[in-house]
Design a protein around this ligand. Structure first.
Ligand code: NAP
Length: 313
């Protein structure tokens, strides 16, 4: 898959610098990052480009009824869009997350939302009802991407999604899994049916998908979204108090979050990663991974070695 490095627009650049300057975490190298380029990759089926860093909402956005948390999430979301973010991933499985997204999309300037959610129920009719409820909760005219969550009743939903795509009621269809679950079945499904996107767990400490699923996605021209890019935060605990290798400057990396995200999205099969956060300064950090250079294949091997050594020490 071809990496598109596109010059960030001046307006976005200024917002980016303002965001950095307003944060409690600021370094000269981060300011330099603002002058770098936003990294995008193409969705194979359409050649539409997507920023390589999107946003997940599991747990972090399940906050309906808590006005303090919602006020904070508004800032998180505003930070995401101000740094050129587009793809937001959710699911009816994530409690009140879709309701909170809908509330906040009305409040923030969402310049170029790429709305992605999932169908997570049994039976065709239930799926149709659930997807319509999600659409109302988000307050969008249509979803850009509708995914079958964890392969649940995929045969019933695939037919519905194909019809919805043909009628222009969704733009792309996909299927998801996580943490090593159902890989054999997913391989069969992707081999025998036509999907635009697959979403799976991939991070520097969990690389099984490199063996069969990522090569298959490349062969079949399927865009890949990486969920759990931080293994739900475990990766930070594994390198706690450890300094990063000094060569990370070579790919414009300023933090462990950027190290983990740049590792994920530099795999040639990957289209984007969807880290989740409830904190504005973490959103800044994560979005910064979507700028500047990515590690090449040689550097990725060095990253794997360094992570193994540091996390074992
Ligand atoms: N089967 C599926 O379809 C499936 C399965 C799993 C996940 N997903 C999707 O993938 C998304 C991401 O996965 P995930 O939420 O499970 O886990 P994740 O993104 O790997 O990790 C989230 C954790 O990392 C922490 N974090 C985020 N940015 C950080 C930073 N810069 N520095 C330090 N800590 C940071 C967050 O805490 P703070 O809030 O403190 O930042 C949170 O505890 C989900 O939200 C969901 O949308 C889909």
């Amino acid at each position: 898959m071809k990496t598109l490095e596109k010059r960030i627009e001046r307006r976005t650049l200024l917002k980016l610098i303002a965001g950095f300057a307003g944060s409690c975490w600021l370094s000269p190298s981060l300011l330099q990052a603002a002058e770098r380029t936003q990294i995008k990759k193409n969705i194979p089926v359409s050649n539409e480009s997507l920023p390589v860093i999107g946003m997940g909402t599991s747990r972090t956005f399940d906050s309906a009824g808590n006005s303090q948390k919602i006020a904070n999430l508004e800032k998180v979301l505003a930070q995401f869009f101000s740094m050129g973010g587009t793809l937001i991933d959710s699911s009816p499985m994530y409690g009140s997350a879709e309701q909170v997204i809908g509330t906040l999309l009305k409040r923030v300037e969402a310049e170029s939302l790429f709305a992605a959610t999932k169908v997570w129920t049994d039976g065709k009719a239930n799926g149709v009802t659930q997807m319509e409820l999600s659409r109302k909760l988000w307050g969008v005219e249509r979803f850009d991407l509708m995914q079958i969550h964890n392969l649940r009743d995929w045969r019933a939903h695939l037919e519905t999604l194909q019809a919805m795509k043909a009628e222009g009621r969704i733009r792309y269809l996909g299927i998801t899994t996580s943490h090593g679950r159902d890989h054999d079945e997913l391989y069969e499904v992707l081999s025998n049916h036509s999907f635009d996107f697959v979403q799976l767990s991939y991070n520097i400490n969990s690389r099984r998908v490199e063996e069969r699923l990522l090569p298959l996605a490349m062969d079949r021209g399927i865009a890949v979204i990486a969920n759990r890019p931080f293994a739900r935060g475990d990766l930070f605990r594994m390198v706690k108090d450890k300094p990063m290798p000094n060569w990370v400057d070579e790919f414009d990396c300023n933090s462990w979050a950027q190290f983990f995200l740049k590792y994920v999205v530099s795999h040639p099969a990957l289209t984007c990663a969807i880290p989740a956060t409830s904190k504005v300064h973490h959103m800044l950090d994560n979005m910064s991974a979507g700028f500047g250079r990515l590690p090449d294949s040689g550097m990725r091997k060095e990253m794997e070695k360094a992570f193994k050594q540091l996390s074992a020490a």
